[in-house]
Design a protein around this ligand. Structure first.
Ligand SMILES: [Zn+2]
Ligand SMILES: [Zn+2]
Length: 848
């Protein structure tokens, strides 16, 4: 067995750590180990086993957690590629890839052995040899453990020690005598693991919470089992407020409740541990019904089957192409450019079904908001229990369960958001990235990977096929298709040859001149809305800015109300009666006078979706209006509920932010009004035109998906802008040609690789010093073929208390840029600039 192992730990350091392997321990490459790190224990992934003694004294591995790798060869390789490409610490990459944090604490459990039962049995006879060699105290404790285990199948170490009040050394001694068996649960899980979730249950011992408890609160159940009260013991009196809250909640829930639910109680986690140690509550594992994947399927009406209609010739063509690529068992990249309403989803599901029938695996990636309960229901309808669904609403334990199901090969179809690209499927044949241009695929924290690009790399490594689907492909993907890196497939028509909506542009500057005042809703749009409402047709109105008013302005001194943590305006939220920063979440009271000069002339300027809804209520009092934005949608189910209300005709109009533009399919909508979608065109952001074009195209695509043709009224202050003009004409090719020219001139992607290097600190002088030092270093370093812009103050100069300066790097050569960035990080480390304050964002989507 090798003497050392290199371990990747989830810490912000670009290195792995070497540990000595104690004799008898057998860690595996790709498996987890528990190691001491600084003052704590951490779990990490073994990346190499070797016999090279390191320069410094090494610590020992505490425990090998897995018998078999949790990251197979392919995923390990993929993780290392991500760490290299995005300059992210490899341990942090692995942590992102493995959703198993819920498991670490419950890795060891004990059960009684036959020898243990025999010892217990003999102990009943006086003078037995089993008792004689130890002190009476020790014996008593050991028999207490045996007694306890004899009545139970298997106990987690934590619970066992809590219940019997014994130390680890004593348990280890008993295990050596083979009275009890010690089991490494996370390792054993690989072989045959029952999926379990921790559940709390009150223990049999009645805990009297009588009326005479400290606060004498009325309504407190007398006993956890709901039976008669007994005179109080000392136990209840010794409970503090947090402990009592927890026990009362448990009692009210019938004595047993999932741990997750207790998290909402605002009681510290340690309370739970204390109560377990005192034997007042118990943590038990319970198998969970995982086929539901956190979605209550019974509450969902099955939708029309996605396979009920005939495939068009174009759809059949796409299916055949993808099928042939999969059959070749070689890497292939395909871009499926299908206009809105052209039936891309049906193509995806049909391909995935074919792959499943061949006994192979597939992964479908969808944007954050794309995985609604209805989509999950569709997937279950087609794939039954063979599908695993991963989304942001899952708890850690649920995520871990899904991971194990996939790992065991029980779910060979995986659908999920960004991190589903790491699903541990075997024999991967196909990855589909739906709405591949969606910005939710980019993780905006370390590791800053783009799931679409990782999907392409994973497919390359696995010899699989990747399909990127979109109505509005990103410039990068479209360019790759033009250069024949991807095969381009087009779905140019809507299903059943429904026409694309007519788009009418309203110039808001002219509207202002003609009406003499700033309008939110133009006369034209108002007229069109009225017409639809009279015909009992439905309307959507997009304003891509939430809240009531985005700016509070003092008319006396001209200053606006800024967030105290960020250099941005606070947004007024009228119904919730607050000012909120949309960047850091900071909340303040609504000001009645100016914070700078004390003047009472403060004005709320501009319009957000909340105000738009109010305005439309005023204009159309009879209409039933719903709103869809981050203030009204907290989870996937809220989103679904609003769309269902529209679908079922319970709403006449839906207003909202870009959320309303995302790929749903509501047939009654015949008019889409765009009130504000071009704000981005005024920002210093090279992707602004692309984003605006995509948003306009997506939202226009919501109109006329049923029998009646649709219309779009597009209000804009940038009438001549090519993004607006091409979107209005549904001219994708025209937009791409124009935008590619601009990118080529400006040396922006896809013609150049780009990276944003952000230096941040809560102290302004630190941020300035560090960015200055690195700026001088960049200046004197030879870096041919790489443009370095900066240091400059970032467009948002202060965010979440940090002052921000940045560099933008552009280069036609990714390799050269990567080398320079790596050297820069080494320089920063040498200058003792903390790694967490230097953010390297390769292929940055935002330069703000
Ligand atoms: Zn003022
Ligand atoms: Zn803020």
């Amino acid at each position: 067995m090798p003497l050392f192992c290199d371990v990747a730990l989830a810490v912000p350091l670009d290195t792995v750590f070497t540990y000595a392997i104690p004799p008898g321990m057998e860690p595996v490459v790709g498996g987890r180990v528990l190691v001491p790190f600084r003052q704590q224990r951490m779990s990490g992934i073994v990346v190499e086993l070797h016999d090279r003694p390191p320069q410094v004294k090494t610590k020992k591995v505490i425990e090998a957690l897995d018998l078999a790798p949790v990251l197979d060869e392919h995923l390990l390789k993929l993780g290392k590629w991500i760490a290299d490409y995005y300059l992210a610490p490899v341990g942090e990459v692995f942590r992102t890839m493995l959703p198993l944090s819920a498991e670490f604490k419950r890795s060891i459990s004990y059960s009684i052995t036959d020898e243990g039962r025999m010892a217990l049995h003999l102990a009943g006879m006086s003078g037995s040899p089993a008792r004689s060699k130890r002190t009476p105290d020790e014996q008593l404790i050991e028999f207490r453990v045996l007694d306890y285990l004899a009545e139970r199948e298997n106990m987690r170490e934590e619970s066992l020690r809590g219940a019997t009040r014994v130390g680890k050394a004593l348990l280890a001694g008993m295990a050596r005598k083979r009275w009890i068996a010690r089991e490494d649960v996370s390792a054993a899980r690989d072989a045959a693991r029952l999926v379990k979730v921790a559940v709390l249950r009150s223990v049999e011992t009645p805990v009297p919470l009588a009326a005479e408890s400290d606060d004498g609160a009325p309504g407190v159940p007398a006993r956890l089992d709901g039976q008669d009260a007994r005179p109080s013991t000392n136990v209840a009196k010794k409970l503090n407020e947090n402990q009592r809250t927890l026990i009362e909640t448990l009692a009210a829930a019938g004595g047993m409740v999932p741990v997750e639910l207790l998290r909402g109680l605002d009681v510290p986690r340690t309370t739970l541990g204390t109560l377990v140690r005192r034997g007042l509550i118990e943590l038990i594992d319970e198998p969970q019904d995982f086929t539901t994947s956190g979605v209550k399927l019974s509450r969902l009406k099955p939708r029309q089957s996605p396979f009920e209609f005939e495939f068009s010739a174009a759809q059949k063509g796409a299916l055949a192409k993808i099928g042939a690529a999969v059959a070749s068992r070689k890497f292939g990249g395909l871009l499926l450019h299908g206009i809105t309403g052209s039936g891309k989803t049906a193509v995806y599901l049909a391909c995935m079904r074919e792959v499943l029938e061949q006994g192979r695996s597939s992964i479908l990636l969808v944007p954050e908001i794309g995985l609604t309960p209805a989509v999950a229901a569709d997937l279950h309808q087609v794939f039954g229990d063979e599908v695993a669904i991963l989304h942001s609403g899952l708890s850690d334990a649920e995520r871990a369960e899904q991971w194990h199901r996939i790992r065991r090969g029980e779910a060979r179809v995986v659908a999920g958001t960004r991190s589903a690209v790491f699903a541990p499927v075997s024999d991967l044949a196909l990855i589909i990235v739906d709405e591949e241009q969606d910005s939710s695929y980019k993780q905006e924290e370390t590791p800053r990977y783009h799931a679409r690009d990782v999907a392409v790399m994973r497919a390359k490594m696995a010899g699989a096929v990747v399909v990127l689907g979109s109505a509005t492909p990103s410039l990068e993907s479209y360019y790759n298709a033009k250069k024949n890196k991807y095969a381009l497939m087009e779905l140019p028509d809507r299903v059943e040859m429904r026409p694309l909506p007519e788009v009418e542009i309203v110039d808001m500057r002219q509207e202002f001149q003609e009406t003499g005042q700033e309008q939110v809703i133009s006369r034209k749009l108002a007229e069109e809305i009225r017409e639809r409402l009279e015909k009992k047709e439905q309307v959507m109105v997009l304003l891509n800015r939430r809240g009531y008013s985005p700016v509070v302005l003092c008319r006396a001194c001209g200053k606006t109300l800024q967030c105290k943590n960020c250099a941005v305006s606070m947004t007024h939220h009228k119904r919730e009666r607050k000012m909120e920063c949309h960047y850091c979440g900071h909340v303040e009271h609504i000001p009645d006078k100016c914070a700078h000069c004390g003047s009472e002339y403060v004005y709320f300027v501009g319009t957000g979706s909340e105000k738009l809804e109010e305005l439309l209520h005023g204009m159309f009092p009879q209409a039933r209006i719903g709103r869809l934005d981050r203030d009204t949608v907290r989870g996937r189910e809220d989103f679904e509920r609003a769309l269902n209300a529209l679908n079922e005709g319970a709403l006449d109009m839906l207003v909202g932010t870009q959320m309303i533009a995302k790929g749903h399919d509501i047939h009654g909508v015949t008019l889409v009004g765009v009130v504000g979608a071009d704000m981005a065109l005024g920002l210093p952001d090279f992707r602004a035109a692309e984003r605006t074009f995509q948003l306009l195209t997506q939202v226009a695509g919501r109109a006329g998906r049923g029998q009646s043709p649709g219309k779009v009224v597009l209000q804009t202050y940038f009438q001549e802008h090519y993004a607006v003009q091409f979107a209005a004409r549904h001219d994708f090719a025209g937009f791409y040609e124009k935008e590619l020219q601009f990118r080529a001139w400006m040396h922006y992607p896809p013609y150049s690789a780009i990276a944003n290097v952000l230096i941040r600190s809560e102290k302004l002088d630190e941020a300035l010093t560090w960015s200055g030092e690195l700026g001088r270093w960049f200046e004197k370093t030879r870096h041919e073929g790489i443009r370095v812009l900066g240091p400059a103050a970032a467009p948002i100069t202060r965010l979440k208390r940090d002052y921000r300066y940045h560099f933008i790097l552009k280069s036609p050569s990714r390799e050269k840029m990567n080398v320079l960035l790596r050297a820069m990080l080494a320089e920063a480390a040498a200058r003792k600039i903390p790694r967490t304050q230097v953010i390297v964002d390769v292929d940055a989507l935002w330069l703000m």
